[in-house]
Design a binder for this molecule. Structure first.
Ligand SMILES: Nc1ncnc2c1ncn2[C@@H]1O[C@H](COP(=O)(O)OP(=O)(O)OP(=O)(O)O)[C@@H](O)[C@H]1O
Length: 327
């Protein structure tokens, strides 16, 4: 494996609200190699989006990165000024969101918007910029790219708008792309097509990707490794196939058991009992303990990450059960 393009260590981001401190991201660590795709999964509110925002320096007051390190190709990002971060965002590290409408300006053609995104970091002639833009549109699967540059966002379907947003995020061939549920709103077949194209793009361009989703099945089809978040912490991480076949954290095992592929035909899907804890008042120990079938007195302490080869888990009672999912 090549050296990490992104190295995140003990990243901790809190929101200092009137109601108290929301520990949205709590000691998150992972590495990402060139062209590697990592899925960041977990229930709503587990801290996935705030992790993505923290990587790009997009956390605003009352939020703050309180400790930890984010190194992009060896450069520490957490100490950079707003201007220094702006210079890197979109060029070295990019983010795409669930709703491309929020990213695209309805008043400008796609070509004008792509030119503006190029101009933010590079001086290119109009002709060269349009050639780069058309190339990117083709790469993300938009037919007749040259003529589509003259179209406005409303002339595109939801899936096509999302492809445009992805193309804009990739214009400068960033080292890292953070994708926050960008295909969730799309229908399943379009979603599957885009995921396949993203996998090819990561391999062709070397852009490493963090694919955020609440849907384990979606990210598993794309990512070569997974990080499972619960209550602001990564509770398990490892290669996708290994983790799906042989989860160690009971929360990961619960997520897998709730996948339709795991259910016996005719039986209801298994749900993890209980609800996620409030990040304002986390229990002293393991935050999953109140929902966990394996919890004991030991779980009154916070488990550290147990590392074993290329995987890790935060649990005093890792499950040894295999799931029956293919490797
Ligand atoms: N501006 C803010 N002020 C206070 N708390 C915030 C703010 N932004 C996010 N949070 C809190 O941080 C926690 C993590 O939120 P985050 O959006 O990262 O979760 P998520 O896993 O991405 O969920 P979802 O899938 O619903 O987007 C949540 O408890 C959320 O309420």
């Amino acid at each position: 494996m090549s050296a990490a393009v992104l190295s995140v260590e003990n990243l901790t981001t809190h929101f200092f609200t009137r109601a108290g401190v929301v520990k949205a991201v709590d000691g998150v660590s992972f590495d990402l190699a060139e062209g590697e795709i990592m899925g960041l999964v977990g229930e709503s509110g587990s801290g996935k989006t705030v992790t993505g925002f923290s990587l790009l320096g997009l956390v605003d007051a009352p939020g703050k990165i309180v400790s930890g390190s984010v190194k992009l190709n060896g450069t520490e990002l957490t100490g950079l000024s707003a201007a220094q971060l702006r210079a890197r965002r979109g060029r070295d590290i990019s983010m795409i969101f669930q709703d491309p409408i929020a990213t695209l300006n309805p008043m400008l053609t796609i070509g004008q918007q792509m030119k503006m995104a190029i101009d933010a970091h590079e001086r290119l002639s109009n002709r060269a910029a349009m050639a780069r833009a058309a190339d990117l549109l083709t790469q993300v699967g938009i037919p007749s790219a040259q003529s589509r540059l003259r179209a406005y966002p409303h002339e595109f379907s939801g899936g096509m708008r999302q492809r445009v947003a992805i193309a804009i995020a990739l214009l400068h061939r960033p080292a890292v792309l953070v994708a926050d549920e960008p295909t969730t709103a799309l229908d399943v077949s379009i979603q599957a097509q885009i995921l396949l194209q993203m996998r090819d793009l990561a391999a062709e361009t070397g852009t490493a990707m963090i694919w955020i989703s609440h849907d384990l099945a979606v990210v598993s089809s794309l990512a070569s490794k997974l990080a499972v978040m619960y209550a602001g912490r990564i509770v398990e991480q490892g290669p996708t196939a290994t983790l799906l076949r042989d989860p160690r954290h009971p929360y990961t095992a619960g997520l897998i058991a709730s996948l339709p592929a795991m259910a016996e035909p005719g039986t209801p899907l298994t749900q993890i009992r209980g609800t996620t804890p409030s990040l304002l008042s986390l229990p002293e120990g393991c935050p999953f303990a109140p929902r966990c079938d394996y919890s004991t007195e030991a779980c009154g302490h916070k488990p550290d990450m147990t590392l074993a080869g290329d995987r890790g888990w935060r649990c005093f009672h890792p499950t040894g059960k295999t799931t029956g999912l293919p490797a």
